[in-house]
Design a protein around this ligand. Sequence first.
Ligand SMILES: *[C@@H]1O[C@H](CO)[C@@H](O)[C@H](O)[C@H]1NC(C)=O
Ligand SMILES: *[C@@H]1O[C@H](CO)[C@@H](O)[C@H](O)[C@H]1NC(C)=O
Ligand SMILES: *[C@@H]1O[C@H](CO)[C@@H](O)[C@H](O)[C@H]1NC(C)=O
Ligand SMILES: *[C@@H]1O[C@H](CO)[C@@H](O)[C@H](O)[C@H]1NC(C)=O
Ligand SMILES: *[C@@H]1O[C@H](CO)[C@@H](O)[C@H](O)[C@H]1NC(C)=O
Length: 471
Amino acid sequence: MFISSLGLLAFVAYTQAANLTVLSTAMTPNGFHNAARGWNSFGIQANSATTPSWGEFNQGNVTRQCDVLAQPHFKAAGYQYCSLDSGWSLDEGDNNGRLLYDPSLFDLPAFAEHLHRKGLLLGVYVLPGALCDDGNKTILGTNVQLKSTFNGNNDGFLRCDFDFSKPGVQEWHDSVIHLFASWGVDLVKVDFVTPGSPDNGANLVVDNSGAVVAYHKAIAKASRPMRLDISWKLERNNTYYDIWRANANTMRTDQDINNSGKSTFVEWATVQRAIENYRQYIVLQIPKDQPLSIYPDMDNLYAGNSAKITGVSDSMRETIMSHWLGAAANLITGSDLTNLDNLGVKLLTSQTGIAIADFAAKYLMQPRNPGSGGTDAKQLQAWIAGPDLKAGQAIVILANYGPDQGQGGFSTQLAGKQKVSISLEDLGLGSGPAFNVENVWSGKSSVIERGGSLSESLAEGESVLLKLSLR
Ligand SMILES: *[C@@H]1O[C@H](CO)[C@@H](O)[C@H](O)[C@H]1NC(C)=O
Ligand SMILES: *[C@@H]1O[C@H](CO)[C@@H](O)[C@H](O)[C@H]1NC(C)=O
Ligand SMILES: *[C@@H]1O[C@H](CO)[C@@H](O)[C@H](O)[C@H]1NC(C)=O
Ligand SMILES: *[C@@H]1O[C@H](CO)[C@@H](O)[C@H](O)[C@H]1NC(C)=O
Ligand SMILES: *[C@@H]1O[C@H](CO)[C@@H](O)[C@H](O)[C@H]1NC(C)=O
């Protein structure tokens, strides 16, 4: 569409006057320009009753899920990663204390080859530290015994923590990543990173951020590109955020959002929490006015299965998808890919939806409160990603999160349908230009005149995802 240069100039001027700091992005440390898209096993592992076709966490059952990603509509949408969560590795490493896959469950080199042949990629899961039982083994390429690098077994898991100042620690990480690369691994998720990772009953060492640095350095030397995703609910202060953003591709902003032992994947109360954690995270980045070199991970995306299996209504599934898209978060679904419904396929793969993910990967969304343009937690909330001044485009979400179920951050209890309205001014788009507005999920188009407001009547948990283009 032709955009008059006068309109564009007015747009630039009005946006500047509106004092909106656009959240733009830069390349991530290992060379990526977006967050990973794919599937991860944890939601089903934690809630196997959701997935009748799931037997156990093994190669056959994972293959059945991940092969769906090779279908043309998923491929076109960029879903590539088949990410194994906890449980693929043995409790004892090889002669050099490097992690090994459990051969009764997986043959990872063969599995990676299968995935690569289909244009897919393999992700694995690790914890910081090495296996305590490998203490007497010698780190590959050194004469250092692993136990001389240990700092005790603090977490109650099988892992011993590293003293990151000891010689051999980097070499151990190098050797592990070298082995992973030789199998064909393309993504490493490091869980239980601290500070962060609220203990969940484990006694975590206060600071194992050295593992993130060491894995990053190892990946930089690896024979194949790999993404580094770190988890969970990581410390956000500058001291640590500067470490995460210099070393990883994505960082978790919340705890696990999955249910546990249920026949559904997720609860609305937890989704409210996940969105609130993204808000807290992103609001910290606004005043820095620096391109973001790390993407948020809001945890697995549960939108693909029917309301009965996902655990929330269809409009809430849409709300989940819209927020994960606008946040440029990992689009790593945890749904049962063998049992998607039509809405699930549409949400995950529609070209208009994926175009939002691509836009947000350059311009992440930030909250703008209706009525003030502020950034607080609100039950009736608006978000804006962009604007991209050159393209004359912005993405807007209007949402009614429903009554706060405890962790939404907004505390209000407005029941039933609510009118959610925000002026262009409060959105930070000034009072000048008019926009064409496209509702991404319904496909409906409308126009917002200069100085106007966007307005929707929204049920509890309902939202709209809007694409604004300068008229
Ligand atoms: C899934 O796991 C079950 C239990 O181990 C197994 O019997 C079944 O063969 C697996 N499915 C596939 C497709 O490998
Ligand atoms: C390491 O070797 C020592 C001496 O042989 C032994 O006492 C200890 O149990 C071994 N540790 C492990 C983790 O195997
Ligand atoms: C950052 O967080 C860590 C751990 O949570 C804390 O020890 C440290 O004092 C904080 N640093 C700053 C600058 O706030
Ligand atoms: C997600 O599942 C894990 C494993 O079952 C569990 O420990 C965790 O509490 C679950 N998360 C929530 C929010 O229930
Ligand atoms: C404009 O942005 C600056 C810098 O982020 C901030 O200090 C100031 O309070 C903002 N002004 C308004 C009116 O929002």
